[in-house]
Design a protein around this ligand. Sequence first.
Ligand SMILES: NC(=O)c1ccc[n+]([C@@H]2O[C@H](COP(=O)([O-])OP(=O)(O)OC[C@H]3O[C@@H](n4cnc5c(N)ncnc54)[C@H](OP(=O)(O)O)[C@@H]3O)[C@@H](O)[C@H]2O)c1
Length: 354
Amino acid sequence: MQRLKVAVLGAGGLVAQRLQQRLSSHPWFSLEAVAGSPRFEGMAFADVPWTLDEDRPAFPSMQVLDVLSHETPKRLRSSGVRVAFSALPSEQAIDIEPRWAEAGIVVFSNASAYRGATGIPLVVPEINGKELANTGGGPLLHACATNCTLLPLALPLAALNEAFGLIAFTMRSEQGLSGGGHAYMQKAIADGRVDPDIPGEAEKIGQEFDMVLDWTGSRVIDCARVMRKDGHQVFVTATFERPFDPEEARHALQRWSDNNRFNNLPSSPHQPLMLVDCVDAGVHLFADGKGYPGNPNPAVDLDAGMAIVVGNLESPEPMVLQFQALSHNTIRGAAGGLIFLAELALHMDLIEPN
Ligand SMILES: NC(=O)c1ccc[n+]([C@@H]2O[C@H](COP(=O)([O-])OP(=O)(O)OC[C@H]3O[C@@H](n4cnc5c(N)ncnc54)[C@H](OP(=O)(O)O)[C@@H]3O)[C@@H](O)[C@H]2O)c1
């Protein structure tokens, strides 16, 4: 199969570089262009400061294009680029992403600007993957991945909702520094402290949870930033319509995971949910659905960091379950999840090769 030509919107950001990394030897996508803000426009790709721990991928002849220019998407479309992965801040995504979509390039976005907008699917593949086709009639031109903290919350609760009927939940999060972007993370590390507040985060998670699960109920969400580089961990107490014990909950989670996996997509984890006794962010960060690699290479180990780890299951009452869950925020919660979405769209024949 000929690889589809793609571009990344964002040159030097954490998510932009995770995207570049994961696209550097992707079996279905070929990275043809990186379009950046004025700080990097015109610079050789090799000279853009590299922010990730792993080696920079080599694109020797690539120069950073101007993401703000109206001409860039038109030019790339005529040279065969079919998909753009956006790692833009929401304020910029509002104007820029529609320009790329209007040029005929299918935009997959990690920004929050168009989450929930009419005709722009907001999708977690295992939960509501079919929604990718729900574009309001026309072809798929724009789709969004969710907030990164939604993943460790929504995947286990989707499973438990299906088995026992979710009535209400409370969630508290501990979110890694990389969730705030590169400059934020560098400053917190240099200062040796972090402000736990994440303005607007709880509201976003609540709204996106309802949309993705098509659910209404009572929820209380409280989000905090913590002094850890990567990984978002959630602590959940949920109430259900039917009684069950933790062993039945464990079976329901495993059954859902078995039934909702995509083993034919390059970024899909072998199992979306991995059950453990106790969640440990130091050990489980790169869960791939089969195991917990300690030092994977995300450029080729596309499933590493793509599974959600669930543990610490307890039932204080027959219809109440407490659990913890962990997800890698810049992989499953951002770049990996976004490329997974595009793989699913291609698999569903929603993107014509050219
Ligand atoms: N970090 C996460 O875990 C995570 C998870 C889910 C979603 N997201 C979302 O992903 C997006 C990127 O987050 P990040 O963590 O990568 O942030 P970041 O490390 O701070 O990077 C910011 C990105 O925004 C671009 N940018 C900044 N100012 C711009 C401007 N004026 N015009 C055009 N582009 C501009 C930068 O492009 P240049 O490098 O070209 O300057 C860079 O790629 C945000 O919308 C964020 O909410 C992040």
